[in-house]
Design a protein around this ligand. Structure first.
Ligand SMILES: Cc1ncc(COP(=O)(O)O)c(C=O)c1O
Length: 452
């Protein structure tokens, strides 16, 4: 492939493709990487340059690119059938996958509804919750509580429970009316406490919202432990325990959106199931196919499913579908992904990697623009600030995070900071040696971009 071809492909891209979350001016000055192939934690562009996939291609990849077992699972299914609709038809990969998911999820969850991405897995949970209350004679329960900093996808329903103005603002007037609650903010804890020793003293606003609004609230939705799009904001499980108790008292559903944190990212397979946490709905996607194919799954309880027990005339069934729901190729790869995740004590093998990432904390904390280094399992983040002492942020016009991203590209790292939060969310198979490379190179990029 000559450079002329590369140029012409980028020109064609510029004139015909609309890329997500990409300002046009950025695309002009920094054209997208033209990726040709992947191998393990690395991606290679057309010129053969190698880039480490530091953020797992938007948080989806668990086992690296071009994995022989995932490739084989896909090819085997491809030789049988690529796709069939999922109403009036079923297939082995979906049946196997549902069984495996349920065997790994907390025991209160007994049904799996398949869709085809993270936003749809959330939409399904929201709609099921609403329709459940309608069908059990509580039609007034029709809004959701959500947290500041929460993110659950981009469709209008999911945006209606989003706590981030960046995503909501243009659509504010057409979103469903829900209840936004100040969520945990360990970075600037109003009580001056630190995670680990606190008792979620910040739970007050949620407690009040649930008490006061119980009669009209259908459910409360959270990203457990890590609010990804908010900038990898982290909070302790004690908040979720309090939420579980308060939600039970208020008779509202709990919706865990583990689209980002599910499948081992926090060190556990799911947050649901740890510490006795038992959500009513568990939304999954991203890592479910280790980044191979789109798939969503919404798990729920038998009581929810039972409320949809009706014939055609009653209309008590879930009238919601996606053409690619439970796609057989995606389901087959997901089964193999779960096999990889659960054999040879894979999750226990993450512990030294989690420790290796954490060992870099002091090397970041010593830098003058590190407001915080935080970590939950295989997810770590550095909050870039103008002044470490006061934590005064950088002027947004400086685009400190973006400057670090550009340095990363020069040095073979694909990062994609969230504003001024540089984060690490690598494929789980990253080796200890690759972790050193990732953390050291990222630190160099930050110094290059921001000074020392
Ligand atoms: C927590 C969470 N929920 C939902 C979504 C939406 O997933 P998708 O982009 O597959 O629609 C995301 C995407 O980043 C997410 O992080």
């Amino acid at each position: 492939m000559t450079d002329a071809n590369l140029e012409s492909d980028l020109v064609r891209d510029f004139h015909s493709v609309w890329h997500p979350c990409t300002p046009r001016r950025d695309q002009e000055t920094n054209p997208p990487l033209l990726i040709e192939r992947g191998e393990g934690v690395f991606l290679f562009d057309r010129a053969g340059n190698r880039y480490m996939d530091v953020i797992s291609s938007w948080w989806v990849n668990l086992f690296g690119h071009n994995h022989p077992r995932l490739n084989a699972a896909l090819q085997q299914q491809l030789a049988k059938v690529a796709h069939v609709m999922f109403a009036g038809v079923t297939h082995r990969p979906a049946i196997d996958l549902a069984g495996k998911l349920l065997s790994l999820a907390p025991p209160n969850l007994s049904r799996v509804y398949f869709s085809d991405n993270g936003s749809t897995s959330v939409e399904v949970a929201l709609k099921m919750s609403l329709q459940y209350w309608l069908q059990v004679g509580r039609p007034e329960k029709k809004c959701f509580v959500h947290l500041s900093g929460g993110y659950h996808g981009e469709t209008l329903g999911a945006l209606s429970v989003c706590g981030l103005g960046l995503f909501r603002a243009p659509f504010e007037d057409v979103l469903m009316e829900n209840v936004a609650v100040q969520g945990p903010d360990c970075y600037s804890c109003p009580f001056g406490l630190v995670p680990g020793s606190c008792q979620a003293e910040c739970f007050g606003p949620m407690e009040r919202a649930l008490e006061e609004g119980a009669g009209r609230i259908a459910g409360v939705i959270v990203e457990p432990l890590v609010q990804g799009a908010a900038g990898m904001k982290m909070y302790p499980a004690v908040y979720l325990k309090k939420l579980q108790e308060a939600a039970a008292r208020a008779d509202v559903h709990t919706l865990y959106d583990e689209v980002a944190v599910g499948f081992g990212r926090t060190g556990s397979l799911f947050v649901a199931g740890t510490e006795g946490l038992r959500p009513t709905f568990l939304c999954l996607s991203k890592g479910i196919t280790s980044g191979y194919l789109p798939l969503g799954a919404t798990l729920t309880e038998e009581t929810i499913f039972a409320a949809f027990d009706g014939d055609f005339a009653s209309r008590r069934f879930f009238i919601h579908s996606h053409s690619y729901a439970a796609n057989p190729l995606a389901s087959a790869v997901a089964c193999e992904t779960l096999a990889l995740l659960t054999e040879d004590d894979f999750l226990a093998g993450l512990r030294p990697k989690i420790a290796a990432i954490g060992a870099h904390r002091p090397r970041f904390e010593e830098l003058p623009w590190c407001g915080e280094f935080r970590q939950t399992g295989m997810i770590a983040a550095v909050e870039l600030v103008r002044d470490q002492k006061t934590r005064e942020p950088f002027d947004p016009a400086r685009r400190a995070g973006y400057a670090v991203y550009l340095e990363g590209l020069k040095r073979g790292l694909i990062m994609r900071p969230l504003g001024d939060v540089v984060y690490f969310l690598p494929p789980l198979v990253i080796s200890l040696e690759e972790i050193e490379m990732m953390m050291n190179t990222a630190r160099t990029c930050m110094i290059e971009a921001l000074g020392k």
